[in-house]
Every structure is written in structure tokens, then in C-alpha cells.
Design a protein around this ligand. Structure first.
Ligand code: C2E
Ligand code: MG
Ligand code: MG
Ligand code: MG
Length: 280
């Protein structure tokens, strides 16, 4: 998977590599102007409570409406923004948009919004004050926000570096460990993290699609769910594409699910229409 190669995928030797290098350079240069010109937009994907199939929240996912290249997914530009530091203002914009949207949707119902944080945002001194300011100005409860951080971003973080996340968690903000199971975190360290939710990576969901399901994946999901629950953490599964996967993951005790089987990420208006929370 391209994602496994992470930021190094542009360095793979393939016929496109020159074109990609140029592309990467020009994309990087255009990021600041793109933010000023409002070329980024968010899509939302529902998080489904497995016990009753109700929508529990939405993950905000950023996209770039590039004037020349068309619509670009976050894997194309988030690593570049992370590298240059533009992720800090871009991430703040995402947080503000998503929280305001949650406020619109929350009229008459409880709907949480999940926002992805990159490592650079995590280590930025403004994370806590910015988050508080955004929640206050939108009038949104901290418990309506979930910040997603990858376990790999937290590997090696010392107690001082985790302080901002603890502060947010103490305010009531949910913290999810994204792409869980792909890093190499020491499971015992889970107790030292302010996480409230584990988001099991899509690769495990894929293992369950085989007939018969990969027994290692089944065992892994079972083990993670029981460990998570014992620690008081909820489990969300990513990348649920079929009913077969959904049934198995529900039987294995997963709490929340996300994936194409339920819905693809969609613009706010479409999300509101499909999930019964039109903006006022
Ligand atoms: P993620 O946070 O793990 O988000 C889940 C990704 O899985 C999304 O890809 C989503 O569209 C995709 N997905 C959802 N359901 C399915 C499914 O059933 N099958 C498959 N094959 N894929 C599914 P997307 O939108 O391309 O985002 C990729 C990554 O970019 C995200 O992974 C996240 O790490 C990052 N990202 C997205 N938005 C932001 C943002 O605002 N800030 C930061 N820092 N990172 C972001
Ligand atoms: Mg995420
Ligand atoms: Mg994820
Ligand atoms: Mg993932």
C-alpha cells in the first residue's frame, strides 16, 4: 500500500518519479496560496455505532481542489504541508471548519466530529489554546470533539510532549489512536497515553474479508478489543467495505465502524442530507 511507504513513496524508482518530483515541488510551493484562496475543503465520513447502526459522529477529511490537477487527496499534500510547517495553519483551519460544522449538525442531536492531527500540530505550543478558542467560539462542548493521532506520532514521546494531549483529554476532548496496529508501540504504553479510543487500522479489516478470515487477524482483533475494553477504551474499526466484515467486527465486540459499506466521505451538505442532520 502506498500508505506503508509513507513520506518515502515519492522516492520509489518508477517511470513517473521525475514527474512526481516536479509535482511535489510545485504542490509544496502552492500550499500557502491555496490556503489563502480557500482551495481546501472537507468531506465527512460517518462513524457508525455497531450495536444499533446509528451514526455516532463524523470524521473530517481534508481535500484540495487544485486549479490545475483537480481534486487531490490528503496523502498527496499532507506530508508536504507537514514538512514545510504549513500543516499548522491548515490544521487550524480544518479544526475550525469541522467544529463549526459539528455545531450546525448538533442542533437537536448529539453528533461528534473527529479531526486528524499531524505530529507537527501535536508538538506546536498553540495546540491547546487554539483548540479551546475554536470550541468556545463555536459554542461546542469538548466532548463533541475527538482528535485523532497516529500511534506512530506518539512513539517515543516523553511525558512532557504528551502534556497537551492530557490537558485536552482532561477538558473532555476524546483522543483516538489512529491506524492502530501499524506502528510498533509497546502495548503496555497504552496506559500512559490519554487515549479514549483505538482506531484499528484498515489492514485488519481487510484480513477479515478473506474466506475463511485470516485467523491471525481474527485473533488480533479479539485480543485488541478485550485489552482496549479492559483499559476503558472504545474500539473503532476503519475500512469496513462489506456486510461480511461488519458482521464479524460487531461479533468481535468492536464499538464503532467506519467505511464504504456505510458511506464514502462526502461534502457536509450531502452528509447532512443522508444522515438526517441538515444544517439550519
Ligand atoms: P485516516 O485518518 O486513517 O482516514 C481514513 C482514510 O480511509 C480516509 O482516506 C478515508 O477516505 C479512507 N477510507 C474510509 N473508508 C474506507 C474504506 O472502506 N475502504 C478504503 N479503502 N478506504 C476507506 P483519505 O481521506 O484519503 O485520508 C488519508 C489520510 O490523510 C487520513 O487517514 C489521515 O491520516 C490524513 N488526513 C486526512 N485529513 C486530514 C487532516 O485534516 N489533517 C491531517 N493532519 N491529516 C489528514
Ligand atoms: Mg483518521
Ligand atoms: Mg485511520
Ligand atoms: Mg488508516
Amino acid at each position: 500500500r502506498a500508505k506503508d511507504a509513507g513520506g518515502n513513496r515519492y522516492e520509489l524508482a518508477d517511470p513517473d518519479s521525475d514527474a512526481r518530483a516536479i509535482d511535489r515541488h510545485s504542490l509544496t510551493n502552492h500550499l500557502p496560496a491555496a490556503l489563502e484562496r480557500d482551495e481546501f475543503f472537507l468531506e465527512y465520513q460517518p462513524l457508525i455505532r455497531m450495536s444499533d447502526g446509528h451514526v455516532d459522529g463524523a470524521e473530517a477529511l481534508v481535500r484540495w481542489a487544485h486549479p490545475v490537477h483537480g481534486r487531490l487527496g490528503p496523502d498527496r499534500f499532507i506530508p508536504l504541508a507537514e514538512h514545510t510547517g504549513l500543516i499548522v495553519p491548515l490544521g487550524r483551519w480544518v479544526l475550525e471548519q469541522a467544529v463549526r460544522q459539528a455545531c450546525d449538525w448538533a442542533v437537536g442531536r448529539t453528533l461528534r466530529v473527529n479531526v486528524n492531527l499531524s505530529p507537527r500540530q501535536l508538538h506546536h505550543p498553540d495546540l491547546v489554546p487554539d483548540t479551546i478558542a475554536v470550541l468556545e467560539s463555536a459554542g461546542v462542548e469538548p466532548s463533541s470533539l475527538c482528535l485523532e493521532v497516529t500511534e506512530s506520532a506518539l512513539i517515543g514521546a516523553d511525558a512532557d510532549e504528551l502534556k497537551p494531549l492530557w490537558q485536552l483529554a482532561e477538558m473532555g476532548v476524546d483522543i483516538a489512536l489512529d491506524d492502530f496496529g501499524t506502528g510498533y508501540s509497546n502495548l503496555a504504553n497504552l496506559r500512559k497515553l490519554p487515549a479514549t479510543t483505538l482506531k484499528l487500522d484498515r489492514s485488519f479489516t481487510q484480513g477479515l474479508q478473506r474466506h475463511p478470515a485470516d485467523p491471525v487477524d481474527v485473533t488480533f482483533v479479539e485480543g485488541i478489543v478485550s485489552l482496549a475494553h479492559a483499559l476503558g477504551l472504545a474500539v473503532t474499526v476503519e475500512g469496513v467495505e462489506t456486510e461480511h466484515q461488519a458482521d464479524q467486527l460487531r461479533d468481535l465486540g468492536c464499538d464503532t465502524a467506519q467505511g464504504w459499506y456505510y458511506a464514502r466521505p462526502a461534502p457536509a451538505a450531502e452528509f447532512g442530507r443522508d444522515w438526517g442532520c441538515p444544517s439550519p
